[in-house]
Design a binder for this molecule. Structure first.
Ligand code: PGA
Length: 241
């Protein structure tokens, strides 16, 4: 894992966008694995900026998102589909039939998981997977204890995670209890991985990630099994290193 520290989250967002842009420039039909949450918003802003001012084109790119809540419609204001449209897809030239998220409203969730794995395979695999990290070490919605050989699956959300995401809902009771997430094996099969962490609230988890041995109780430790992982943090997230 190659950890690079930036002065603040703006610098981190710029660097992450440039990293992603290099992937698309070197392979125009790259498959990008995308993430939601607070952390990548600056990165997406910068990508939109690069699209508008530097002609960065997503016309041939394909994207697959890590996860989606179960039980809410893709058009729901808090779905990850809506998040992706709001923060990225509506502002770039990525055709709408070239971005994919798991369908958390599917009537057969197990089949939906298999369909999603097949889709990723049919696209030729993920060239670059963008990740955030939860305070409990989760990646995607792979909560502590998730087996490292897991592919896309349905998960019950950890209470920590529901609390952390409650800020987007009017009350904690509205936060879905389940989600579909790519598994740890799906993430590790990406050719390259870029994990982002910013802010003081991530200082503990970054310190732990650096020092821990590889163990399913800390899902992000699985990244130590991959040979091409870059971690961008800001100074606050790096303050306990
Ligand atoms: P955050 O979430 O970017 O909102 O901190 C990251 C995560 O939980 O994976």
């Amino acid at each position: 894992m190659n950890i690079i520290e930036f002065a603040d989250k703006d610098q981190l967002g710029k660097a992450a966008a440039a990293f992603i842009a290099r992937t698309i420039e070197s392979k125009t039909d790259a498959v990008l694995g995308l993430a939601t949450g607070g952390t990548p918003i600056d990165t997406y802003k910068e990508l939109i900026q690069l699209h508008q001012t530097e002609q960065l084109s997503f016309k041939q790119a394909r994207t697959v998102n890590l996860d989606e809540y179960v039980g809410i419609d893709p058009n729901h204001e808090n779905s990850y589909m809506t998040y992706m449209k709001r923060h990225l897809f509506d502002h770039i030239d990525l055709p709408s039939d070239q971005y994919f998220l798991p369908n958390g409203a599917a009537s057969h969730l197990e089949e939906e998981c298999l369909r999603y794995d097949q889709l990723i395979e049919d696209l030729g695999g993920i060239d670059l997977q963008l990740l955030g990290i939860g305070q409990n070490g989760h990646i995607g919605f792979n909560e502590p204890g998730t087996p490292f050989d897991s592919k896309t699956h349905v998960v019950q959300l950890d209470e920590h995670t529901r609390q952390a995401n409650a800020r987007y809902f009017s009350s904690i009771d509205e936060v879905p209890t389940h989600a579909i997430t790519m598994g740890i094996a799906s993430i590790l099969s990406s050719k390259k991985i870029l994990l982002l962490a910013s802010g003081k609230s991530k200082a503990d988890v970054i310190q732990y990630l650096e020092r821990t041995e590889i163990h399913p109780d800390f899902p992000a430790s699985a990244l130590k099994l991959h040979e091409d992982v870059t971690i961008f943090i800001d100074r606050e997230a790096g303050s306990l290193r």
